[in-house]
Every structure is written in structure tokens, then in C-alpha cells.
Design a protein around this ligand. Structure first.
Ligand code: C5P
Length: 209
């Protein structure tokens, strides 16, 4: 199952609840791009230096697939800082790096057949034949307020600026831009509670069995 949409549209909260309810594995693909952004900052690598970023990706992925996917070693606190948020879009723009992350996500999914993968290009590029696709969205103000409430570092204004900048970067990049897949179910979560979002998604999950 693929769950895509802009930052803080409610993808993670809803996907985790669905995964638990339906006994599915869950993967947040943004962690891979955040791991690379975090390591670039830590190692003083310019995130727009494609060759250096590819070498970094090979080094991290060479240690283990789990490490590149951010499944071990890195805490959410380390990956969700304002600094990482500031550079992650530059990292996610690099087409060759996206191919490597995509291949790693596919390898993970081959061992986790019943799974929910969340991101920006999951239903369009990574798993175009997913059994079920959702595209979650919400107003930018609502999304920024949610991030602040989740205690992400930074003030409302800083978080709003970060969300706007990432929306713009994700929507306009040449490689796998953020798009709703034609066969994805659109849910605008602006005025919905988490329970309502999960209910809508659950009904569709039951439909596909
Ligand atoms: O989901 P999250 O906000 O953690 O993702 C961080 C960044 O990683 C996004 O802003 C986007 O630029 C990038 N990303 C992506 N493709 C994905 C998941 C995330 O480009 N499938």
C-alpha cells in the first residue's frame, strides 16, 4: 500500500495506525533522504555535490540496507531537526540517489509483502502497481501547526517556512516530483480527525482484502 502527500499531511500517524490494525509492516521512506541529509551535515558534505552525495549513499547503504532506510542507528530526534529539514530537499533532488533509495525500498518490500510505504513518489514511481494508493493532503497552515504540536524543533513561523519550501521543492523537482497517482484515493485531512482519516482508509483496505 502506498501513502503519498506533502509534509505533515498526517501520513505517518494514519499509516502507523492502519499498519497496526491490519498487521502490516510500515516504512517511512523520507527517513532515507533524512539519513543522507543528516550524514552530509555531520561530514561537512555539500548536499548539492552529487558525486559526494552518491559516495555517501554508497557508504551508508554499504553498511546495511536498514541503515540507509533509517531503521536503526538514527533517532527521529536526529533526523527531524530544522537543519536536516533545510537540506533534505536538495538531497532528494539528485536523480541517481533517488534510484538507489528506490532500489533499496523495493528490496525491503520484497521481504515485507504486506506493507505500507509512505513518502512522496511511492504510488507514482517506487510501487506503481501497489494494491492500494492514498494521497493525503491538508492546508499548509494546518500542516505547520501539526508539526509544531508534535514538538518538531523550531517556532511556528520557522516550521511554516520549512513546510512551504519543501512543498515547493518536492513539487517542482525534475526527478520524481510529488504528484497524486491517477489511481490514488485523495483525502484532504484539514478538517478531519485522525480517527476519521483512519476510518476512511480502513474502509478501502477492507475493500481490497
Ligand atoms: O516525509 P519526510 O518529511 O520525512 O520527508 C523528508 C523529505 O524527503 C521530503 O521533503 C522530500 O523532499 C523527501 N522525500 C522524497 N521522496 C520520498 C520521501 C521523502 O523526495 N518518497
Amino acid at each position: 500500500m502506498a501513502v503519498d502527500g506533502p509534509a505533515a499531511a498526517g501520513k505517518t500517524t494514519a499509516s502507523l495506525r492502519l499498519a497496526r490494525a491490519f498487521g502490516m509492516s510500515y516504512l517511512e521512506s523520507g527517513r532515507a533522504y533524512r539519513v543522507l541529509a543528516y550524514e552530509a551535515l555531520r561530514n561537512n558534505i555539500n548536499p548539492t555535490d552529487q558525486a559526494a552525495m552518491l559516495a555517501l549513499c554508497a557508504a551508508v547503504g554499504g553498511r546495511s540496507r536498514a541503515e540507509l532506510l533509517g531503521l536503526n542507528r538514527y533517532t527521529s530526534g536526529e533526523l527531524r531537526t530544522t537543519e536536516v529539514g533545510r537540506v533534505v530537499s536538495a538531497v532528494a533532488k539528485i536523480a541517481e540517489l533517488r534510484t538507489r533509495v528506490t532500489n533499496t525500498l523495493r528490496a525491503w518490500a520484497a521481504g515485507n509483502r504486506r506493507s505500507i510505504v509512505e513518502g512522496r513518489d511511492i504510488g507514482t514511481v517506487v510501487f506503481p502497481s501497489a494494491a492500494l494508493k492514498f494521497y493525503l493532503t491538508a492546508s499548509v497552515e494546518t500542516r505547520a501547526a501539526r508539526r509544531v504540536a508534535q514538538e518538531e524543533s523550531g517556532t511556528y513561523q520557522e516550521v511554516l517556512a520549512d513546510v512551504l519550501r519543501r512543498d515547493q521543492a518536492d513539487l517542482t523537482r525534475a526527478a520524481s516530483p510529488l504528484r497524486q497517482a491517477p489511481d490514488a484515493i485523495l483525502i484532504d485531512t484539514t478538517t478531519l480527525t485522525v480517527d476519521q482519516v483512519v476510518d476512511r482508509m480502513s474502509h478501502r483496505c477492507r475493500d481490497v482484502g
